[in-house]
Write a protein that binds this ligand. Structure first.
Ligand code: SF4
Length: 363
């Protein structure tokens, strides 16, 4: 019987990617990397990580940042609650722990946004605490090596996997071992068609022996996707020789909390412009509009739990359009737009339609 832990560590030493958070035991940097890499591929997350720790090299500096700046830095990564939680947790570390990261799992889990997974990662990698870290890669590797059919997304399944991961953990070097197991799942035991012929664990892998590699891991809960129709109004007007538009600050209780998008009418199905006329917000638009022009095409934007079907309308505004400004609608000049954190969908729209504002300048 081969020594599984030793094999994984040997494999890791020969194959691991050279990543900046592997050269440090600074809990702050490990925390930032772990949060960025949740739901994000390493290739995409790396540049965000480098920019983030360059702008805020330690927890004290992050704690004094504004939410708008942190969200702007996060723009494009999605799951924006992660960024808001980072800021809130940095403030907790500064105020409740004098700027020094707590070391225990229990205290780490008191920090906003830090759950079992992230606490285990920080505790083991930064402080060498003997706790297993179980991400999607680890679930996959363990389910295949031991042919575990217990679903990974049920409480009972999670308990089973945790016990197995704990029994595998190399308690002499938990941080390195946890990273090795995750890296093994990310590079070798990949979700689709892993190259089992070159795998150092092939001789003990039950899924390989039983030809079940493509059936594991098992999940029971399929994500329900909600379809929404968003009709965005890009209001463009001129004020003191500058072009302005309105941005809506998104509140709690929906996707993109804290980010900015355009004023919007949401409908339960696809509607044409004339079908929106009875909506209260459309009456406001009518009062200030010189022209309302639909942009062709319905754009699809897919989030984990939602499918957004998006239409854009460009509204050329009359003078006096600034009366629409209120607590949730900000009047923003064309040049200031870059300072506002936005969903990727809106950012792309602006990049693809730079000429919208040229027309305003010509008025
Ligand atoms: S043999 Fe294949 S399925 Fe088994 S651990 Fe190796 S890569 Fe994964």
């Amino acid at each position: 019987m081969i020594d599984l832990s030793l094999q994984i560590l040997n494999w890791y030493n020969q194959n691991k990617r050279d990543l900046p958070w592997r050269d440090t035991s600074d809990p702050y940097k490990i925390w930032i990397s772990e949060v960025i890499l949740q739901q994000t591929r390493v290739e995409q997350g790396l540049s965000y990580y480098l920019r983030f720790v360059q702008r805020w090299p330690d927890v004290e500096q992050l704690a004094t940042a504004s939410e708008q700046e942190v969200l702007k830095m996060w723009q494009g990564l999605g799951y924006y609650s992660r960024a808001r939680n980072l800021l809130a947790a940095a403030k907790q570390v500064l105020h409740d722990y004098n700027g020094v990261f707590p070391k225990t799992i229990a205290e780490l889990q008191k920090l906003k946004g830090i759950g079992e997974y992230t606490a285990a990662a920080i505790a083991s990698i930064a402080f060498e605490k003997p706790v297993p870290v179980i991400d999607g890669n680890v679930y996959r590797v363990i389910s295949r090596i031991f042919d575990v059919e217990n679903p990974i997304d049920t409480p009972q399944g999670k308990k089973h996997f945790k016990a197995l991961a704990d029994s595998l953990l190399d308690k002499k070097c938990p941080g390195n071992f946890n990273q090795a197991l995750m890296e093994f799942g990310a590079l070798q035991c990949i979700p689709k068609s892993p190259d089992c012929e070159i795998c150092p664990l092939q001789s003990i892998c039950l899924a390989f022996e039983r030809k079940k590699v493509d059936q594991l891991p098992v999940k029971v809960n399929k994500i329900k996707v909600r379809k929404r129709f968003l009709n965005y109004f890009v209001l463009i007007g001129q004020l003191e020789s500058q072009c302005f538009t309105f941005l809506r600050h998104r509140k709690a209780g929906d996707v993109w909390q804290g980010l900015y998008d355009f004023p919007c009418i949401e409908t339960s199905e696809k509607k044409e412009l004339h079908e929106l006329e009875n909506e209260a917000f459309f009456q406001n638009i009518k009062a200030i509009a010189q022209e309302v022009k639909p942009l062709p095409g319905l754009r699809k934007h897919v989030l984990t739990h939602q499918q957004l079907m998006v239409s854009f309308y460009v509204v050329k505004c009359k003078s006096g359009f600034e009366v629409l400004k209120n607590n949730s609608l900000s009047l923003v000049s064309q040049t200031e737009l870059v300072n506002y954190p936005m969903p990727r969908l809106i950012d792309r729209f602006l990049q693809d339609n730079e000429s919208l504002f040229d027309n305003c300048n010509k008025n």
